[in-house]
Structure formats: structure tokens, C-alpha cells
Design a protein around this ligand. Structure first.
Ligand SMILES: Nc1ncnc2c1ncn2[C@@H]1O[C@H](COP(=O)(O)OP(=O)(O)OP(=O)(O)O)[C@@H](O)[C@H]1O
Ligand SMILES: [Mg+2]
Length: 253
């Protein structure tokens, strides 16, 4: 078996006469976290939809877990799960019911046990029996990711997993993603946040105007810039650091 979970070569996709992907190439190693970085409209969701067999490319090839997404979509689907850009949880059901439903759909033996374990792992035990319509954005996102790992898929796609979350919820999601990768899952995530890619990803690729314009580890990417100049400046905390310090203090009381 090859050591990569995902291999994309010369991928092209147009919507009518608007060419969004103009020849995208990248590989993702097994058990690693890969971040696809790009601004609004860069084509990140388009790549994810092609890799998860929801959309066909016009040109080029993509293999996921060794299977071609166009000729072997069923094999690809067996290996993956997708958490879309917008939460796909059922509002009327409770968190627990959502998880049980998916566990049953995946023919797991102990759907109730699976649901309870995931609720615990994602800090949702207290909210387990509440309807999802009463959940906060962060809780929905956590439930969404929990749903996507029911049945332990080998590869998971997370399309902007932390957009719209507050800094604390974001850090929680980061922790979950890191744990998934440590457990051997391959993670491909898209993000607009440079810091997210910096914190999480083993490798980063920047999608811009239809192509990957830079890719590599964080230190590879840093080398693309002129070497650092030593400057003496007063270090100001970022707003995020201030926020976390204040909120953290309140909770510690
Ligand atoms: N079904 C569609 N029909 C026509 N155009 C589309 C369709 N889906 C996406 N596009 C266009 O393709 C381009 C890329 O969209 P895509 O959703 O892949 O970008 P993205 O990088 O995920 O952006 P965002 O960060 O806003 O989620 C955009 O210009 C978008 O308007
Ligand atoms: Mg998108």
C-alpha cells in the first residue's frame, strides 16, 4: 500500500465558464493532518466535494485510500467521512439521538454505547438529552465532528471546522483533531485561518487562483520568506490572548 491516503493530480473543475480549479496537485500522508488554506471562493470546498465523491472533476485524477474517486466512489465512501462547511445535525433530535441514528446507519453493534462514549469525549454528556436546536454554535460543531467519526473512518474531511467559533471552542476542536490524527486517522481540513494551519497541520497547501501556489511544512513555508531580521519591539498580547486570559480567570474562580 502506498504511504499516502490522498493523492491529487492535475485536478480541474469549472462551473459553467468559471474555472475554479486549474490543475491542483497534492498528496496527504497517512495519519497526518493536512491543511488546505485559501481565501473565500478559492475552491477549497470544491476540492473537498470532489474528494468525497459528491462532485466530479473535469480533468485530472484523485485517489482516496488508494481508490479513484470517479471510478470507485463506493470504495472511497467506505473509508471517509465528511463534516461539511455548514452543520448537518438534525435540530429536532437530541445530541444523543443524532449519534445513535448515525451509529445505526453504519450498522454498529452497540449504537447506544458508541453514542455515550462520543458524548463524553466531546464534552456533551450534560447536553445529551437536549434538542440540538438549543445548542450553541460550538456545541453543534463538536456534535458534527462527533457524528463524522462514528464508526472510525480512516480519513476525515473537515471543511472549515472552526469558522464562527469563539477562541475557546476553536481550541477544543483543535484538540479533538490532534487526537484523531494521533489515533491514526488522516485529516484533511480547510481553513481561512493561518493560525489554525500553523497550530494543527503537519503540511499546509495554499490554494490561490486555481492552483497550489505553495506547500510544505510550516518551516518549509517560512523559508519562502526572506530570513528574519532581529528587531526590538515591545510584545503586545494579541486580543485572543487577552480574551483567553480573562475568560480563563473567570472559570478558575
Ligand atoms: N454549484 C456552483 N455553481 C456555480 N459556481 C459555484 C458553485 N459552487 C461554487 N462555485 C464558485 O466556485 C468558486 C469556489 O467556491 P468554493 O465553495 O469551492 O470556495 P471556498 O474556497 O470553499 O470558499 P469559502 O471560503 O467561501 O468557503 C466560487 O467562486 C464559487 O462562487
Ligand atoms: Mg468553502
Amino acid at each position: 500500500m502506498p504511504n499516502h491516503s490522498i493523492k491529487v493530480t492535475g485536478l480541474q473543475k469549472s462551473y459553467k465558464d468559471h474555472q475554479v480549479l486549474k490543475g491542483v496537485d497534492f498528496e496527504v500522508e497517512k495519519g497526518s493532518i493536512f491543511a488546505l488554506l485559501g481565501s473565500n471562493g478559492a475552491g477549497k470546498t470544491t476540492v473537498v466535494r470532489i474528494l468525497s465523491t459528491l462532485l466530479q472533476p473535469d480533468n485530472g485524477t484523485a485517489t482516496v485510500n488508494g481508490f479513484d474517486v470517479v471510478s470507485k466512489p463506493d470504495h472511497v465512501r467506505q473509508a471517509i467521512s465528511l463534516t461539511g462547511q455548514f452543520a448537518a445535525v438534525d435540530e429536532i433530535l437530541t445530541g444523543r439521538e443524532n449519534l445513535i441514528m448515525i451509529a445505526k446507519l453504519r450498522y454498529l453493534k452497540n449504537p447506544h454505547q458508541v453514542a455515550d462514549d462520543l458524548l463524553k469525549r466531546f464534552g456533551l454528556t450534560d447536553a445529551a438529552t437536549r434538542r440540538v436546536s438549543t445548542y450553541s454554535g460550538g456545541m453543534r460543531r463538536r456534535l458534527d465532528i462527533a457524528l463524522s467519526i462514528v464508526g472510525k473512518p480512516q480519513i476525515i474531511f473537515l471543511d472549515e471546522p472552526t469558522t464562527g467559533l469563539d477562541p475557546e471552542a476553536r481550541i477544543e476542536v483543535w484538540k479533538i483533531v490532534k487526537e484523531l490524527a494521533e489515533g491514526g486517522t488522516t485529516v484533511l481540513l480547510t481553513t481561512q485561518y493561518l493560525e489554525e494551519a500553523e497550530q494543527l497541520a503537519d503540511r499546509i497547501a495554499i490554494l490561490h487562483e486555481g492552483k497550489i501556489i505553495a506547500s510544505g511544512t510550516l518551516s518549509d513555508l517560512k523559508k519562502l520568506f526572506p530570513s528574519a531580521k532581529v528587531e526590538y519591539i515591545e510584545k503586545q498580547p494579541t486580543l485572543e490572548e487577552v480574551f483567553l486570559a480573562i475568560v480563563g480567570k473567570k472559570e478558575a474562580k
